[in-house]
Write a protein that binds this ligand. Structure first.
Ligand code: HSE
Length: 438
């Protein structure tokens, strides 16, 4: 049978990895897919560089629309990124009857509802394994491997840049700004790292996982997003003393008690004994807890040329296997049948429930601790552990660290405002959320 023909939009790091792996492992991939898969056209504005990568094995064009208009092309891979031209081209490819493979989490987290609806109406597939956690097959796990389960929660280290920075901060006791500069110098962080360090990239990925886990539409605008820019080395150190590591987690959790979903990205204290707490450097890991399977963990490279290409090609194989199947009998884009998505609300941050880590800079005098604990008790917040550093000679102030039991975020915010107003609390209180992930 003639190989399935693929057009690639954008041949940067992941695109060239895809081209190379597909060429290198051609025969094994054919044996798995039941048919050869060939990238026969590549579109890139930098035509010269694209030609250097593909040689004479594919036709290189500057205009992506030449690929979309070509009736020979069955699948379009979108690796341009962003929401602008990428959205237009994906929708045009769908409307031209092409299946689409994309690594573009931003596009799907923001415009997924429109894109999946267009694909369903046209009877084509939009596959996005590479959009979450790079080479880790977490989409496949959520969409297929775990279909028996009521997923309880998903929690992941889904941004390598920030995990690298946090690992360095902990290892070397350095502050965020210093480590960021070093990460940029080593190529671990982009020149403009905003999406990574502010948690936006992780929130795009968590949004996609929430849809797959709970059968809700993708709703990036409802996600609570906090990055790591305000984290101090001191908190990483105190957390360590209490047996915790701080990780930037993307969390999606079902809350049957209130009929809602929590969707949030923020620095999180995780018990140091959990495997996920020991995921270091630029690696990614995702935990999924299902009612039947229990807790599962998926680990690997979340970015990079060939790890991400591995996910892109897995999607190409899936589409090749299924493209002659009746569209109604394919695996649904978001794991649940399109007409079975529910409007279960994503809860506002004030309604989420977590435990907390608090660091208060206080005057070292009598009655300070009891004033703080009285506020927590009156707010119905139970204390789990307290750590107080001896004040330095002549300093007359010290850090008090408090771990609380789980509470509603709204109650904690009220208590924080009251504690902050105490004249003996001398600096802005640091509060971080804590998850046991058990
Ligand atoms: N910028 C991402 C990260 C990789 O640092 O993990 C692509 O999603």
């Amino acid at each position: 049978m003639k190989p399935i023909q693929v057009g690639l939009l954008g041949i940067g790091t992941v695109g060239s990895g895809t081209f190379n792996v597909l060429t290198r492992n051609q025969e094994e991939i054919r044996r798995r897919a039941g048919r050869g898969i060939e990238i026969t056209m590549v579109a890139d504005l930098n035509v010269e560089r694209a030609r250097e990568i593909v040689g004479d094995r594919a036709r290189v064009v500057a205009d992506a629309r030449e690929i979309i208009a070509n009736p020979e092309i069955d699948i379009v891979i979108e690796l341009i990124g962003g929401y602008g031209i990428a959205r237009a081209l994906v929708l045009e490819a769908i409307s031209a009857g092409k299946h689409v493979v994309t690594a573009n989490k931003a596009l799907l987290a923001v415009h997924g509802t429109e894109i999946f609806a267009a694909a369903s109406a046209k009877g084509v597939m939009v596959a996005f394994e590479a959009a979450v956690a790079g080479g880790i097959p977490i989409i496949k796990a959520l969409r297929e491997g775990l279909t028996a389960n009521q997923v309880q929660w998903v929690a992941g280290i889904i941004n390598g840049t920030t995990n690298f920075i946090l690992s360095e901060m902990r290892d070397k006791g350095l502050d965020f700004d210093v480590v960021l500069k070093e990460a940029q110098r080593l190529g671990y962080a982009e020149a403009d790292p905003t999406f990574d360090i502010e948690g936006v990239d992780a929130a795009h990925k968590a949004t996609l996982m929430s849809a797959l886990a709970f059968g809700i539409p993708v709703q990036f605008d409802k996600a609570h997003v906090e990055g790591i820019t305000k984290l101090a080395a001191a908190d990483i150190r105190y957390a360590e003393q209490l047996g915790y590591r701080i990780k930037l987690l993307g969390i999606a959790k079902r809350r049957d008690d209130v009929g809602g979903i929590e969707l949030r990205v923020h620095p999180t204290l995780v018990p140091a004994k959990r495997l996920i707490a020991n995921v270091e450097g630029a690696m990614n890991a995702v935990m999924v807890q299902g009612d039947a399977v229990g807790t599962t963990l998926y680990y690997g490279k979340g970015a990079g040329s060939e790890p991400t290409a591995s996910a892109v090609i897995a999607d190409l194989v899936d589409i090749t296997r299924l493209h002659t199947a009746d569209p109604d009998h394919r695996v649904p884009h978001l794991a649940f049948q399109a007409d079975e998505l529910r409007d279960t609300p994503v809860l506002p941050i004030s309604e989420i429930r977590t435990a907390f880590y608090l660091r208060l800079r206080v005057a070292d005098q009598k009655g300070v601790l009891s004033a703080i604990t009285a506020i927590l008790a009156a707010s119905d917040i139970s204390i789990d552990a307290v750590l107080q550093r001896e004040s330095n000679e002549g300093e007359h102030q010290t850090d008090v660290i408090i771990l609380t039991h789980e509470t509603q975020e709204g109650a904690m915010r009220d208590a924080l405002a009251q504690m902050q107003a105490l004249p003996t609390v001398l600096a802005p209180i640091v509060s971080l959320r804590k998850e046991e992930l058990a």
